[in-house]
Design a protein around this ligand. Sequence first.
Ligand SMILES: [Zn+2]
Length: 360
Amino acid sequence: MIDAVALTQELVRFDTRNPPGDEAACMRFLAALLETNGFDVTLSDFGINRLNLVARRGDGPSPAFTGHLDVVPLGSAPWTHDPFGGEIIDEKLYGRGACDMKAGVAAMLAAAIAEPDAPITLILTGGEETGSNGARALAESGALPAAALLIVGEPTAGKLLAGHKGAFWLRASTHGVTAHGSTPHLGDNAVYKAARAITALEEFGFNHPPHPIMGSPTLNIGMVSGGLNINSVPDAAEFTLDIRTVPGMSHAHVHEQLAFTIPAAELTTLVDLPSVWSDPADPIMQKLAAAYHSATGGDTPPTSAAYFTDASILTPALGDVPTIICGPGDPAMAHKIDEYCDVAAIHEAVEIYRAILRLT
Ligand SMILES: [Zn+2]
């Protein structure tokens, strides 16, 4: 048996800020811990000091648990608590990644070790915070073993979620011809083209019905830039699109709709992660809900996460297995200054994961 709270503290003390990532030392530490406890462990690199880890115990398709070891930067405001200290004050464990999601990783390891007879696969990734590049490398390597279902330990405040929206991020660029600012008729202003495109997108309709749980797809223009100085006609401008899609939507089709709506803009895809949704009426999902109930005494209505996870890559790579997101910590704490996870939530997550492992 290992103590999930102490393990969370140890994981927080590894600086795995992404960028640059540097998950390797933390992954090797966990690989040694898992090997000592009877797991077959494979480490695979996806860059300098970047590692993914796959650990297996037992044969055949087993429940797969996944978590990421990278964390986001600290932010510009000072922290009250050491972001890499893992200190516990008033039953809160502080540190960057305490909530997102080293507590979740520690809880799944503790549960796996506490249920030694259960077959299980652990998929620990790096690079999640910058668009799931670690998970993508794993999926493309073909190194993922067969799995019966997937549990993503991202913070859900202990709730059991059945999916999340997809993320489709793009850069739109417009081009023109430069000229002196006193003779704009001699140039072709790229900023006007970007402005017209942005205005057109404010009215953009996806022509897709809302999902009963997730609602409608959304589009946000987050950044705009263009021009060199005050007295030149700009020959280049660009802006970014953050599109969140719902199940049933094809990102390729959305791309076609955008190209039709803003023909003057050249589109470059930055992030392309599909939505994830498992039908709560599926028998495996019902069993997972029953396991959740047996561990917590509570029920959780079918709902979805606001953020995306590695499941966008891993669920299809594992053959579209039933997928839930369930982990310790309040998702509102993720990426914040003085991030923390309640100690009680870590213990509760261990109990939920153990109940899931006892299903098999
Ligand atoms: Zn996360």
